[in-house]
Every structure is written in C-alpha cells, then in structure tokens.
Write a protein that binds this ligand. Sequence first.
Ligand code: NAP
Length: 399
Amino acid sequence: MQTLPPNTIRKTTGKHRLLVTLIHMIDGFATSAGTARYRDRFPSLAHAGHFRQPAAPGVSDLWLSSIGLGTYLGETDVASDISYTQSIEQALRSGINVLDTAINYRHQRSERNIGVAITHLIDSGELHRDEVLVCTKAGYLPFDTELPADQRDYLRKEYVETGVAPSGEIAGGMHCMAASYLDDQLERSRRNTGFGTLDVFYLHNPESQLGYVPADTFRDRLRNAFRWAEDAVKDKRIRWYGIATWNALRVAPGDRSYMSLEQVLDIAHDAGGDDHHFRFVQLPLNLAMTEAYGLGNQTLRGERGSVLSLAEQYGIAVVASATLHQGQLTHGLPEKLKEVMGLDSDTETAVQFVRSAPGLATALIGMSRPDHVLENVKVASRPLMTIEEWEGLFSPAES
Ligand SMILES: NC(=O)c1ccc[n+]([C@@H]2O[C@H](COP(=O)([O-])OP(=O)(O)OC[C@H]3O[C@@H](n4cnc5c(N)ncnc54)[C@H](OP(=O)(O)O)[C@@H]3O)[C@@H](O)[C@H]2O)c1
C-alpha cells in the first residue's frame, strides 16, 4: 500500500479513487527574495549557472532553474498521481523551482498533483510559496479526472449549456479562448492547485484555432483573451500571461499555424498598454527541433531573427518544451555528439543541449518518476556550455 502525502484525501467516485487537494487557498507567488532564498539553498547548482534571471521586465527579478518539471505525459490513474506527486516533491527538494502544467493534462490530475506536492512541502516547512514559479495553461476543453463515456455530451453539458464557452467560439470542437471560458478555467486551476495566484497563465496552443477561423477573427479572439488576462492580473489571480505553442513559433511565415511575436506583442499592447503583462512564450526546443534558435521566422522593427535571438528585445522569457523530444532522445544519440559535449549518457546530453541554449529561461522535462528527476538534475551541477561551444554544434562538419 503506497503512502499518500499528508494534506490529501482519498475520495471515491464510482470505482475510481482519486487524489484531491484539500480546499484551502495558498496566497503568494514567486518573488525576487523567495527565488533568491531558494537558489541559496543549492550553492553547487547556483555556482554552475543553474539559476538565471530571464531578460523580461519583472521576470528578471526572479531566479529560475535551468530545468523545469513538466506534467503532460502519463497515465490517468492513482499510481501515476502518486508517482507525479513524489517527483514534484523530489524536484523541489533538488533545485528545480519551475513547474509547468495545463488544466487538460491528465484530465486535471497534473494540476492537482502539483497542488498536493507544494502544499505538503509548505506544510512541512521545506518550501515557501514565493520560491517557486507555477505555470498553467488553458484553451483545450478538459475532462475531469477520467474520460467520460460520451465525451461530446460531457463537453456540451459542462461548457456549452452552462454558457461558459460560447458555441460559436469553440474551434474544432475542442479549443476556446473566450473570456468567460478562460475565467472558468482559471478558477478551476486555482481550485485544482490550491493557489490563489498562478505565476504564469498561458493560452495553450492558440494556433490550433488558425485551422478554423480567419486571421482577423483569430487576432480579435487573442485581443479579448489578453484583455481578460490583464484583468486577471489586476485581480491578482495570475501574475503574468503568455502563449504556449507547438507549431506557431517554429514554422515559417506563411504557414497556416504561424504566429508573429511582434504582432502578438502589439495585441498585448492594445490590451494592456505600455504596462501589459505578456511575458512568457513556450515552444519546443531539443536536439531534433532546433527552430527556436535556428529559424529566423520572427521580426522586430524590420530586424529578422529567431525567437531566442529576439527574446531579450521583445522582453519575453522563452521556455522550452519537450527537451527530450517526448522521451525519444534518451537513447540512440550519435556517439560523436556525446563525445563533443563530454557526456556519457544520451539523456544528459539532450538536457545539457537545451538548458545551455543562449537566451533560454528554462528547459522543461516531463518527469513523472522521482528517479528521472534525480538523474536529470545531475546535469544541473555541470557548468552550462559556452555560447561558442553551443553554437559550434551547428557549424558545418569539417570534410
Ligand atoms: N504546446 C505545449 O504547451 C506543450 C507541448 C509539449 C510539452 N509541453 C510541456 O513541456 C513539458 C516537457 O515535454 P514532454 O513531457 O512532452 O516531453 P519530454 O520532456 O521531452 O519527455 C518526457 C518523457 O521523457 C521521460 N524521461 C524524463 N527523464 C528521463 C530519463 N532520465 N530517462 C528516461 N526517460 C526520461 C519521461 O518519463 P517519466 O514521465 O516516466 O519520468 C517522459 O516520458 C511537458 O511535460 C509540458 O509541461 C508543453
């Protein structure tokens, strides 16, 4: 029988037993003082450049770990809930203070696992809320805990008939960015995690709407979503907002799912003026997907560059997803690459590559197992690759 962390209860619904957080909201958010205090508990990691301050206004006060824990993959069962909860606690005890989730991940279980893990460490005096950056996302219509027998019927009853998601604003039957819907999702995320304030609220793969609506409708929806987000910042329910993307920022202009960051920031400006709170973008970056660095698909006042090369000028923090290409880079890397990077293991090589990317805030790794946390965090004690070493990996091979 596995032991559940304190501050959780077992609740039985039908034949399924679930982990749920006790209902009490924890105040606070990641701060300069809190994240510096956290950094100081890990001097050997700090010495290796593991904690850094992203060059984005406000965010630059924070010390964020070069590796963050993601919660996308995994089964939707109690054993995985327990394993994720233990992994998150292990990560927070090991020098990882960036956590990434989304309301739809594992049917809301991942958000709850984060809430349980952090609450446990706060209650035991091992962590303070102001030491950790908690990021979530909304957009995809989520189920709750498990797949319902009739998925369409569930979504219609839960979101359309309640008036939460206007049917005309649901793209492809699965994605919505309407203010009433985002508000509903944020309230669920606050309840799931137990945090009064979520540090970062991303629109989840907004580009998935581009396959269904014209570009001007898409921009209007984005503007309305950002206006809602600015209000949520004023209400102290979120600290910053952004977009978490899969294709939008790593395809060429002209591609149907392409998004221009300059245009997105103009829209944020429309929504919040000079003091808008759009600060974070997320996109894949790994040894097999290098567009964030290598593809000059963005512009800023006429200057062309990649997302990473322009991030500082845009004033945004860039977070990498799928550091291990969803587990595929844990084996089979070329020996030559490992040799050049001076690492024995494929996984360490893949992690070191992403966390060393110039201009990157944090490399997210999905880790539902505590032993994977311990293995991956070993890389954090290694000095980052220099820019020359990192860019050297892209140089044409000598003939
Ligand atoms: N568009 C978006 O918004 C978007 C898209 C994708 C991802 N993300 C975010 O980015 C995070 C990371 O991406 P991802 O989870 O999709 O993929 P990933 O980090 O590339 O890979 C995660 C997989 O690698 C395994 N793994 C981790 N460490 C390992 C190790 N040392 N040895 C062997 N296997 C290891 C994990 O296994 P275990 O689980 O068993 O530990 C998991 O199956 C996500 O969790 C999510 O938070 C966002």
